[in-house]
Write a protein that binds this ligand. Structure first.
Ligand code: 4GX
Length: 254
């Protein structure tokens, strides 16, 4: 059940703290996930350990050379030939919860992090099984994208979230946004926790939470409602929400 990630990067130090704190840090300590960084520079045969070069045909910037990346991937694959190799790029398939769940079914992934203008096209052609994007924006490199992917996928590994919680219970699993949460004090500068949450009436609390989750999803992410598994009662509550004009300040206004 253990998952392993091998990260190919020019900046291995970027990974030390984010993956060693808190939940992921504990998962690594417990041996539930194993994360290894591989410095692509170490696989350059060049005496100056060059890893990039100017693009054929001219143009701005630098392109990552094929050979060091090829040798690094081949080294990882020599240990485990069934590993799949993922390239993080805005041109890839958008990462979402379904894709994260599917990636969890692989026990070993190689994540290639590009810098500059990206990698020589022959890296893609010869070594990449799948290209994944974490969103429609441009980062300075694939490293942060790889960390996002590892974080989202690792939550599916049994034991990572603690024994009594599973990633499948999270709201995205049933395609609704989370209901609002509160903790002490019940009155902060006159802003009060909804009465029902203090009532001890568990069925009233569940109903309120479901309604707030539906309200939030309808206001902010109506696209998610289309694919949600809604009960007849949910549909009735949604009708009620649609007919009341109060958006409780939750609407996304852009
Ligand atoms: N989701 N980046 C890749 C290098 C690059 C440049 C051009 C291909 C073509 C990103 C994202 C992302 C920045 C990683 C550019 N690769 N990765 N890098 N968004 O923005 O995954």
């Amino acid at each position: 059940m253990k998952m392993r990630f091998d990260i190919l990067t020019l900046f291995p130090d970027m990974f030390s703290s984010p993956l060693r704190e808190s939940i992921l840090g504990r998962a690594v300590e417990k041996g539930l996930i194993e994360i290894q960084t591989i410095n692509i520079r170490d696989y350059s045969l060049d005496k100056h350990q060059v890893v990039d070069d100017t693009p054929y045909g001219g143009g701005q910037g630098m392109v990552m050379k094929v050979e060091p990346i090829a040798r690094a991937i081949e080294w990882v694959k020599s240990q485990n030939p069934s590993t799949r190799t993922i390239y993080l790029t805005p041109q890839g398939k958008p990462l979402n919860q379904d894709l994260a769940r599917r990636l969890f079914t692989q026990s070993h992934l190689i994540l290639l992090c590009g810098r500059y203008e990206g990698v020589d096209e022959r890296v893609r052609e010869l070594f990449i099984d799948e290209e994944i994007s974490i969103g429609d924006y441009v980062l300075t490199g694939g490293e942060l994208a790889a960390m996002v992917l590892i974080d989202a996928v690792s939550r599916f590994v049994p034991g990572v979230l603690g024994s009594d919680r599973s990633a499948e219970e999270d709201s995205f699993f049933n395609s609704l946004l989370e209901y609002p949460q509160y903790t002490r004090p019940s009155d902060f500068r006159g802003s009060c926790v909804p009465e029902v949450l203090l009532s001890g009436n568990h069925s009233a609390i569940s109903q309120w939470r479901r309604k707030e989750a539906l309200r939030r999803t309808w206001l902010r992410r109506p696209d998610l409602l289309a694919k949600a598994n809604l009960f007849e009662e949910d549909k009735r509550v949604l009708e009620e929400i649609r007919n009341s004009s109060d958006d409780c300040g939750l609407r996304n206004t852009d």
